[in-house]
Design a binder for this molecule. Structure first.
Ligand SMILES: Nc1ncnc2c1ncn2[C@@H]1O[C@H](COP(=O)(O)OP(=O)(O)OP(=O)(O)O)[C@@H](O)[C@H]1O
Ligand SMILES: [Mg+2]
Length: 345
């Protein structure tokens, strides 16, 4: 059984929007339905190039709706790059990719001041963060200073150079990849930084059938460099309408309590040395709400919370070394918690 969003931060959650602003951003029902249809069509559009991986694409759409960033974990060659490139084209968004290496400098990411000989002045040359969808490949291969420059841009949605803040485009979503196998020569992201990612999505190796149909496409002449068949089925307008509609999704106090109970249970779990922070709880609410809306509802159900709990919380917990040695995983612990915490009816 496939979880519809066996997917994968947060920041400003749409949670705490005061009633007054809620009214001013309200979209009419027709606009909202159109946005939902367009954003749902994205999945089919991405499927033109990437076989399977629907749940990862859904996770990316949820991140875009929540203005959150994503950690993508998967072994090499599982179409992570192809998926983000296709998604940016299907959304008519600007896309850039940065390969993080040990010698990458902060300015290589954010941009730097360049001296112009002709004008005898310094000019700012924008770095690759000035884009809508940034694929930050192998973020754990670069030293903390360069990681920090990206994380700062993610959090503040601007780059400050010599005291001047330069706003990043909107949307601005970072998809950072980490290779789960190699740890040598890497600088793992500190726990406090992981909490800044809305979702952690695992990109699985395709099923046998999916892999066969991928080969058949290749045999029929599919060229992953050529994305001319991918059309823009949605864009920034649909994302904005979607976000406004998500803010209108109703939250029953019992469901809010359920989110909190799940997060509290992680803090008490004997297998975890670090449980989910209150920021993590707001993230789970935000992603569950976005998923409820994408599924065509204007209220959040406990099942929405369950569907998003693992991708939203898995990177916000830390296993005890003993539990890790015994083979425990964050997903396994979360699964146990979801099985035990009573869901409201
Ligand atoms: N699910 C899939 N559907 C279609 N093609 C796939 C799929 N998985 C892998 N491929 C093929 O494998 C190639 C490699 O994919 P890609 O470069 O996007 O992987 P990646 O996950 O970004 O790898 P790396 O971690 O090395 O950067 C793609 O160009 C595509 O041809
Ligand atoms: Mg890649």
């Amino acid at each position: 059984m496939n979880n519809p969003v066996e997917l994968a931060k947060d920041g400003e959650s749409p949670v705490d929007t005061p009633e007054s602003t809620r009214a001013s951003v309200a979209v009419d029902a027709e606009q909202a339905a159109g946005a939902r249809a367009a954003l749902t069509a994205l999945r089919a559009e991405v499927a033109k190039t990437v076989v399977g991986q629907d749940s990862v694409v859904t996770g990316l759409v949820i991140a875009l709706l929540c203005r959150g960033h994503v950690l993508l974990e998967g072994v090499p060659g599982t179409a992570k790059t192809l998926m983000i490139r296709t998604l940016s084209q299907a959304l008519d968004l600007d896309f850039k990719r940065v390969q993080f290496t040990p010698d990458l400098m902060p300015g290589d990411v954010t941009g730097s001041l360049i001296y112009d000989n002709r004008t005898a002045e310094f000019e700012f040359r924008e770095g690759p963060v000035f884009t809508n969808l940034l694929l930050a490949d192998e973020i754990n291969r670069t030293p903390p200073k360069t990681q920090a420059s990206l994380l700062e841009a993610m959090e503040e949605r601007q780059v400050s150079v010599e005291g001047t803040g330069r706003p990043l485009p909107d949307p601005f979503v970072v998809c950072a990849t980490q290779n789960p196998i190699e740890y040598e020569g890497t600088y793992p992201l500190p726990e406090a930084q992981l909490d800044r990612f809305l979702l952690k999505l695992t990109v699985p190796v395709p099923s046998r059938d999916d892999e066969i149909s991928m080969l058949q496409r290749h045999a029929a002449g599919f060229d992953p460099r050529d994305l001319s068949e991918v059309t823009a089925v949605a864009g920034a307008a649909e994302l904005a309408a979607g976000r406004a509609a998500v803010r209108g999704v109703h939250l029953d106090p019992k469901v809010a309590a359920y989110v909190v109970d799940i997060c509290r249970a992680t803090r008490q779990s004997p297998s975890l040395q670090l449980g989910v922070s209150p920021r993590g709880a707001t993230a789970l609410l935000a992603t569950s709400r976005a998923w409820a809306w994408l599924s065509g509802r204007d209220y959040v159900t406990p099942d929405d919370v369950k569907a998003l709990a693992r991708p939203t919380l898995r990177h916000r917990t830390q296993l005890r070394p003993e539990a890790e040695l015994e083979g425990a995983t964050a997903d396994g612990v979360l699964e146990g918690i979801l099985a035990h915490v009573p869901a409201p009816r």
